[in-house]
Ligand binder design. Structure first.
Ligand SMILES: [Zn+2]
Length: 226
């Protein structure tokens, strides 16, 4: 790999379809590519499923963002600093994660036209138990802040779009400017109007100024196997 790449990662698909559509509209208007993380239980939402199945798979790739993604027990535990974890997929034990991913695969085969090859951990939190379940359920890539096992390809997470101005964004980007793969993470439901504007500015910057190629996870996998 000698070119420089950019991956746009958007989490929590299913929580706020209106904002998701706004986010995807920008991706489509700007003619770039992205990876969107679907929460499995949201596949019961017919409108969302129809919308996801209507998207151009050359541009937009769905990845698995767990089945339940119920963060509340996890947050409570953190607040109380108790050692005992409530029984959710945040428990990070193999059995629960495996069950969650199996449920995801089942819903996916029932409702979606495509099969995800990438997993993006809920809250970007994982341990070896999670990885074992991810591999067992036939995922090939995973988003992570740090290197994973050899059996699965790590897509490095670089930055979160939390900035409110382009100058701020540029300041943060400079730290990782030389990275071959730069992954920018979004949460569409949390974006302000100003940040949607910033998103457009950032796309233009990566396309025209930085000359980075927008890429989907599956294309990244093809590149590393070449
Ligand atoms: Zn999430």
């Amino acid at each position: 790999m000698s070119k420089k790449y950019i991956i746009f990662k958007d989490d929590d698909v299913g929580n706020d379809t209106q904002s998701l559509k706004k986010w995807i509209d920008i991706i489509q208007e700007k003619n770039v590519k992205s990876a969107i993380g679907l929460i499995g239980r949201c596949m019961k939402d017919r409108e969302l499923v129809d919308y996801l199945n209507s998207l151009d798979t050359d541009k937009i790739e769905i990845f698995c963002h767990g089945y339940y993604h119920k963060q509340l027990p996890y947050i409570i535990r953190k607040m109380k600093k108790s050692k005992e974890l409530p029984k959710t997929e945040f428990n990070k034990d193999f059995v629960r994660h495996n069950r969650s991913l199996k449920k995801y695969r089942l819903a996916e085969s029932k409702y979606l036209k495509t099969k995800a090859i990438t997993f993006g951990p809920q809250g970007n939190i994982w341990n070896d138990n999670v990885i074992d379940a991810v591999i067992q359920n036939d995922f090939k890539l995973m988003f992570s802040w740090r290197k994973i096992k050899a059996e699965i390809f790590t897509i490095p997470l670089t930055e979160n779009l939390k900035q409110s101005s382009f100058e701020e964004f540029l300041k943060d980007y400079k730290k990782n400017k030389n990275d071959e793969i730069f992954t920018l993470q979004f949460h569409h439901e949390k974006l302000t109007d100003k940040q949607f504007e910033l998103m457009i500015e950032v796309i233009d910057f990566f396309k025209n100024k930085e000359k980075r190629t927008f890429i989907k996870p599956s294309e990244l996998l093809e590149l590393v196997h070449k």
